[in-house]
Ligand binder design. Structure first.
Ligand code: UT7
Length: 325
């Protein structure tokens, strides 16, 4: 059996920062509310002329270098986003051109904040089938461009970033188990409209701009806690492991209270969880690969460690992956 293993990671985080004092200056909110209800202090925001593919290209270059391969080695580019530069060409094709990865097939997919684990799951299939040797999974979102900065319930949450990983064919153990899923019946809990004219949805937005994000926060919170805990349990069980054997959990971070409730449900201590939400906010699918690259850099992950990556988001979707580093 050929294994699919993460052999390199990379990230890009824009420089501009909106801190809680700035949020106080644009909507009726305060640092105390934001900190207590979400755990967020700062979010990084792309420049007006800085787009998803710009950020994805930088994160991808870092991951390629980290993996010790070249752009020419890449067979497939999978790009997860909910804020594409264009509907067509796909962001993955723009990144392919930027990287000069001319041999690579390329397409976008949308699993919202569950995007990285979904990308790993797709990549693993192509690697294990023997189709491809090196796959770039890159997740990038400029959520700030879809944020309703008149809606205090959502605008304090979102930030921008890009995270990437190279998944390669390997004799070493890599991705051990994955679980992805969706509950489309709850899909309208997080919306951002494209071509569809839906007056009712548009009216829900404080700004009445249909392409901004609207969210039923409480519904998503309840879904997230259960989905993250259940999916994590499932991959650990499938691998025949116990929580004691897991070195680190890298969760999607949308709200500290969600992560805290989920880890209580998992029955693990916070020192086993990688957290950076305070400085970035909810950065959609890029949250997990950005965290992974920081965890590696900070020495929180060592070779042979077993790690759970787990996310949830729009769709509503969820996904967990158990990997060996
Ligand atoms: O990545 C996946 C997508 N996103 C998420 O996972 C987010 C999931 N949801 C959440 O994180 C939380 O639901 C929120 C942070 C969005 C909201 O927290 P909450 O504890 O669910 O608050 P709430 O919506 O029940 O609102 C409580 C109160 C309300 O006031 P009243 O009606 O009690 O007077 C809100 O109007 O807090 C008010 N409120 C605010 N107050 C100050 C809402 N946003 C703010 C704000 N500042 N920014």
């Amino acid at each position: 059996m050929i294994n699919a293993k993460i052999t390199g990671v990379g990230r890009y985080i824009p420089e501009k920062v909106y801190d809680n004092a700035y949020m106080e200056s644009i909507v009726d909110t305060n640092d105390e509310w934001i900190t207590r209800r979400t755990g967020i202090k700062e979010r990084h925001i792309s420049e007006d002329d800085e787009y998803t593919t710009d950020m994805a290209t930088i994160a991808s270059r870092n991951a390629i270098e980290n993996a010790g391969i070249t752009a020419d080695d890449i067979d497939l580019i999978l790009l997860g986003t909910v804020t594409p530069d264009y509907f067509t060409p796909a962001c993955a094709c723009v990144v392919q051109a930027n990287l000069g990865a001319s041999r690579a097939a390329a397409f976008d997919y949308n699993a919202a904040c569950s995007g990285f684990v979904t990308g790993l799951t797709i990549a693993r299939q192509f690697i294990q089938a023997g189709t491809y040797k090196h796959i770039l999974v890159v997740c990038a979102d400029t959520l700030s461009k879809a944020t309703d900065y008149k809606d205090r319930a959502t605008c304090v949450l979102f930030g921008d970033s890009a995270g990437a990983a190279i998944v390669s064919a390997s004799e070493e153990t890599g991705i051990i188990a994955t679980d992805i899923g969706a509950d489309g019946t709850s899909g309208m809990a997080i919306t951002s409209l494209a071509y569809r004219n839906d007056d009712e949805e548009t009216e829900k937005r404080v700004s009445h701009k249909k392409d901004t994000i609207w969210m039923a926060g409480q519904t998503v919170m309840k879904f997230a806690v259960k989905a993250m805990a259940d999916a994590s349990h499932k991959v650990i069980k499938e691998a025949g492991l116990t929580w004691d054997e897991i070195a680190l959990v890298v969760p999607h971070q949308a709200n500290y209270r969600i992560v805290d409730s989920a880890i209580k449900r998992m029955g693990i201590e916070q020192d086993k969880v990688f957290l950076n939400l305070e400085w970035y906010g909810n950065t959609s699918a890029s949250c997990i690969p950005v965290s992974l690259s920081q965890a590696v850099e900070q020495g929180r992950i060592k070779k042979g460690d077993k790690i759970v990556l787990v996310g949830f988001g729009g769709g509503l979707t969820w996904g967990a992956a158990l990997i060996e580093w």
